[in-house]
Design a binder for this molecule. Structure first.
Ligand SMILES: [Zn+2]
Length: 250
């Protein structure tokens, strides 16, 4: 991941790379790498989070500092992205006390001896029957899928008249890395994990897929339709891009 800017022409007769001292800009520390082969200034954010700035030999320290200063928001964004990607989503354990999301809220799990169904949400807690524990994950997925189907169908019904679409219906399944898709015969497909998202974010996923019934691709016309149906869609979309990964563990 690199940011570049032209630093002007310079002689390219010799080539040498030498590591110099570091420069500090605010709380950022960057190793300086000089090379006579370079024509531009470039900041690199390593996988480890280490930073460096590469520069032609004649670029002064003040110009380097200005460049880093100008690019600092880009650097912070990249560092935050790395941080997020490295933060592994821990696998859920199905024991009392573990939290499970439902429409954006975390509910604690409680193991119970007896209960009419293997899993239910009651009084703000998920209750899992002891003998169902070996298949806990399957029970959760089934529970989420059922709730998702009902809830998402409700949102589709709410939006469909004003969006002038007539979806065939809603199907909930494991869609891998996608939240939703729209398929043959105008069926709308949603990942069961959609029901873990906060309601307003799940609603954006619904609107997004419904607009695909009009516009199959992400063209400007597609986003115009999304905005017409949901004027603040951009915030919700941004939230999903940033936090969506956090709901992926189960
Ligand atoms: Zn799409």
């Amino acid at each position: 991941m690199q940011a570049s800017v032209n630093a002007g022409d310079h002689p390219t007769d010799t080539s040498s790379v030498e590591a110099e001292a570091c420069i500090r800009v605010d709380d950022l520390e960057l190793a300086i790498r000089r090379s006579s082969k370079r024509r531009t200034l470039q900041i690199t954010v390593e996988r480890t989070g280490e930073l460096s700035v590469s520069a032609p030999p004649e670029v002064g320290i003040d110009q380097l500092r200005d460049f880093v200063h100008e690019k600092r928001f880009w650097i912070y964004t990249k560092l935050a992205e790395k941080d997020r990607l490295q933060r592994a989503v821990p696998a859920k354990v199905f024991v009392s006390g573990e939290g499970f999301l439902y429409l954006g809220r975390s509910h604690r799990l409680k193991m119970v001896e007896t209960q009419d169904v293997p899993l239910k949400l009651a009084h703000g807690r998920f209750a899992l029957r002891q003998d169902a524990q070996p298949q806990a994950r399957e029970h959760f997925i089934r529970w989420y899928s059922e709730k998702a189907c009902v809830w998402l169908s409700g949102r589709v019904a709410e939006y469909q008249s004003r969006m002038e679409v007539a979806p065939a219906g809603v199907k909930v399944q494991d869609l891998g890395y996608r939240w939703g898709s729209c398929g043959k015969g105008d069926w709308l497909y949603f990942h069961w994990k959609t029901i873990l998202l906060p309601a307003r974010i799940a609603e954006y996923v619904v609107v997004h897929e419904m607009v695909h019934l009009h516009e199959p691709h992400h063209t400007p016309a597609f986003w115009q339709r999304v905005e017409r149906a949901m004027p603040d869609y951009a915030q919700r979309k941004a939230w999903l891009a940033e936090h969506g990964i956090d709901v992926e563990g189960l």
